[in-house]
Ligand binder design. Structure first.
Ligand SMILES: Cc1ncc(COP(=O)(O)O)c(C=O)c1O
Length: 438
């Protein structure tokens, strides 16, 4: 049987060089994959597949953590990017492309009347919160346990994603004086939301929420929970910020707001909106957005803001999504895997809980439902990671942490899904043998 080290031997050499260059040897924490001796290194990708430096082909469900809804290296996106490059790639001036791009975003997100285009989801949420505080002249924000809104001080409190994987719910270096204005509540808990607004309501600038949690595994919201947020924000004059960095263009063209039919005051976008290139957007009501520099006093600027390459890739991606076929394929793939994986696990004697929505899925080794971060914490993470390692050796790359989510794309055709299910059958059987052996 191939071991991880034997299969990914060149990666070991690369990682040996990386450890003295980057903290932990990587440039973003989840890339380390804490259950493996070192990460595998990729040299190319196409469709639903990654190819490592050793030439190992892996079916990919991490999909770069979300931007690639069309699959890797989609030819339409590539062509759009190459076309931009012919004319130079950054000018430090406005471009016609940014207008066309923003009009397209606004068509799909009608609540985003005006926007500012930045470079990452982190920048988008940081600016949205600053803006909400300036607009309301209030200090507190409400976030939810397990939601991740990027790596900045306002929200690195009980955050998900890498922060959860590495057990650093509050980052060192974040001042208590800042963190104390971030109120953290359990997800899907209307009662605690109402109680908090009763106590702090007049000082709450905004609620920031992942309308579907994709950073603490996958947690689906109760409709009443989202509805309660809207109503409380209206009642207390607070702003509702939907962080749609993952859900934007994934749940639907109009994101979670279209999917759940709930209006946000401010929206943040990223990932798919850049078609695989760096992007972040924060936007909302014109009345609020006019506070942003240079028309208002809330400072935002960026050398790379509205970068033409990201805009071209994002626009090409959205136009492809408008044809609907990417959603049919990606959503069918997630549904089929979600439906089958529970049976597959059961055959090997494992109880799992599976969650899926649109083109996202995740499963947990536990009984009972998953409605909030504590439910995810109660799952057996060790079994997930063990299964993950077995799958890798068999050519399947599931998302590398229990606290992340699996993404499907328009490249995850039925053939790819069937191959995935075959590997999962084998992997669960092997997991059963390993658990028996202890
Ligand atoms: C919901 C959400 N918000 C914000 C971010 C931060 O985006 P970025 O990694 O582009 O800074 C992420 C990243 O995973 C995210 O999932």
């Amino acid at each position: 049987m191939d071991t991880y080290e034997r299969l990914f031997s060149k990666s070991r050499e690369l990682y040996a060089r990386a450890v003295s260059l980057f903290p932990g040897g990587v440039n973003s924490p989840v890339r380390l994959m804490k259950h493996l001796p070192y990460p595998f290194y990729v040299k190319r990708a196409e469709g639903a597949y990654l190819e490592t430096v050793e030439g190992v082909r892996l079916i990919d469900y991490c999909m770069a953590f979300g931007p690639l809804i069309l699959g890797h290296a989609h030819p339409v996106v590539k062509e759009a990017v190459l076309k931009v490059l012919e004319n130079g790639w950054i000018y430090g001036t406005p471009t016609e492309l940014e207008i066309e791009y923003a009009e397209t975003i606004r068509r799909h997100f009608p609540t985003v009347e005006m926007m500012r285009i930045v470079n990452t989801g982190t920048e988008a949420t940081m600016n949205a919160i600053r803006l909400a505080r300036a607009y309301t002249r209030r200090k507190y924000i409400v976030k939810f346990d397990g939601c991740y809104h990027g790596a900045h001080d306002y929200t690195l409190v009980k955050a998900g994603s890498g922060a959860a994987t590495w057990g650093v719910p509050t980052s060192a270096g974040v001042l208590e004086e800042v963190a104390k204005y971030t109120l953290v509540l359990p997800y899907n808990d209307v009662h605690s939301l109402e109680k908090t607004f009763k106590e702090f309501g007049n000082d709450i600038a905004a609620i920031i929420v992942e309308p579907v949690v994709g950073n603490f595994g996958l947690i689906i919201p109760d409709y009443e929970f989202l509805r309660a947020m809207r109503e409380l924000c209206d009642a207390y004059g607070s702003l509702l910020i939907f962080d749609e960095v993952i859900t934007g263009f994934r749940l639907a063209l109009g994101g979670a707001q279209e999917f759940f039919n709930i209006r946000a005051d401010l929206t943040t976008l990223g990932k798919i909106a850049g078609g695989g290139f760096p992007i972040g957007i924060f936007g909302g009501k014109s009345e609020i957005m006019r506070l942003v520099t240079p028309s208002g006093p809330v400072y935002n600027a960026g050398t790379f803001n509205a970068h033409p390459v990201s805009l071209a890739a994002g626009l090409a991606t959205v136009r492809e999504l408008e044809k609907e076929y990417p959603y049919s394929i990606a959503n069918a793939a997630a549904r089929k895997i979600a439906e089958e994986i529970e049976k597959i696990a059961g055959k090997s004697g494992f109880d799992i809980v599976v969650k899926y929505i649109a083109s996202m899925f995740q499963f947990y080794f536990k009984k009972g439902d998953v409605k909030n971060a504590d439910d995810v914490r109660a799952a057996d993470e060790k079994l997930y990671l063990k299964l993950h390692e077995i799958c890798l050796r068999k050519g399947l790359y599931l998302t590398p942490s229990q606290y992340e989510v699996n993404f499907t794309s328009a490249a995850h055709t039925d053939d790819v899904v069937n191959e995935t299910l075959r590997i999962l059958e084998e992997a669960f059987r092997e997991l059963r043998s390993e658990v028996r052996r202890g």
